[in-house]
Design a protein around this ligand. Sequence first.
Ligand code: NAD
Length: 522
Amino acid sequence: MVYWLAAGEVVWSRLKVRTMDTVWTPGQTRQMETFDTVNPATSEVIATFGVHGQAEVDAAVERAHQAAVWWAGLGWKERRTRLLAWKSHLIRYIGRLAELVHTETGKPLGDAQLEIFLAIVHIDWAARNARRVLRPRRVRSGLAAINQASSVEYPPLGVIGVIGPWNYPVFTPMGSLAYALAAGNAVVFKPSELTPAVGGWLVSSFADVVPEYPVLQLVTGAGPTGEALARSAVSKISFTGSAATARKVMAACATNLTPMIAECGGKDAFLVGADADLDAAADAAAWGAVSNAGQTCIGVERVFVEAEVYHTFLEKLTERMSRARPGDDRESAYGPMTCPAQADIVEDHVADALARGGRAVLGGMQSIRRPYVEPVILADVPETSLAVQEETFGPTVTVTKISGLDEGVALANASRYALGATVFARNKKRAMAAARGIRSGMTGINSVIGFATVPALPFGGNGDSGFGRIHGADGLREFTRAKAITRVRMRSPLNLTTLSRTDKDVTRLLSVATLLHGKRYR
Ligand code: NAD
């Protein structure tokens, strides 16, 4: 029986395009609308995929519910073995997958390899830690319930719908896929319509190590396919994308009261203290701003620098960013804008910043040369401008002078986004205070994006950056339902939950309550 589109086959012979007829059961083929995925640098068609509607999505979710029972029944040890086998598969074929990521997103091969390596680190952590984090554990019952044995456990939810973006088509969905699978769920995955081939590759590589049931399935299409998944009988949606889309997904999830995780955009701040290692800070800010053409949810978009070092830092940053050249060749620092419309947004933000009195220290309007955008540094940009308020998602930064880290924290927090942040300062106490003060879900001190490489740490945002957490123990628990169990081990000295309760029982309860909780606290 063929359960899902054999997207992997199309991908192996990369540029061979085939009409995607979906074969759901032997003898039944269906024609459907298709869409192409293209190389953003060359506009070359990579592959063609089916546009899945509600019927196909519902069918995939139904199959997933059966697969979920089998997968959950495999137990921790076998799931761990399968996931580690998947990890090995990915590392063995990292060259092919990286090539595909490069072709579909335009990012340099090295960046694609780094992204896949990080995804592998997460599969490894999720596989090795799922049992420790989620297995049943005893909890203290407390004196009032001393006659009971209490435990909590974290069974899987069932079927998770994962809706992914295109900017990190392996690393980003893996934060949901690996953790949901390790927790014992089946997954129906809808990758971005810009990167379905990478999504298909991941799904077919998983089927190589779990051939028995469609534990991880692919559905393809744009927004309506994602909406169909949110309206289907999934147990939870893990969405990564823009805040605007998250609102639509939430509305669709409301139909069945389906819970969701929202991993949305950011407007990350980067604070530079006067005592910082300015070379290291400029290096980190430059990379954080331009890598992946700035199309990174935790990319550096706003830099705040203490006045004493403002000019020196700006000079160092300009020197580094001016060396970063976009292109499609091996020497280029980053690739094209993956989504053509993103260049328009970058252009709007730069134009608005300049119109409001901002200064282009590096580049300017001429930097937008579709499909590429050259690095842009904007200074003296009013806090009310688009380049400060909205997610730009391009290789641009604003650099603002601050009187101290406190002001930097206040400005960092004056945003509806709160995803990641960076603080550069040598004084540990000052750096930690600033890191704690920023409302972001993650903050790196003296390194940019460092937190994403630590699988044990939770990852997620607040405000318009979303809610819920992927990665780490919190990320595993997101894909489970906490289940509490109490078991009576002896007769209770307090006869309370019975119709035969007497006044004497209540008096005894109040004596115990006074003994336990009556102490006066000041
Ligand atoms: P997007 O919001 O346009 O699309 C994300 C996904 O949602 C795609 O698969 C898309 O097809 C689907 N979708 C679109 N409309 C839908 C609907 N009505 N119902 C259900 N699904 C729908 O985002 P994008 O352009 O693919 O990705 C870029 C955004 O993602 C940026 O804002 C970026 O910051 C964010 N992002 C966040 C993280 C994170 O972990 N917080 C990681 C990567 C990207």
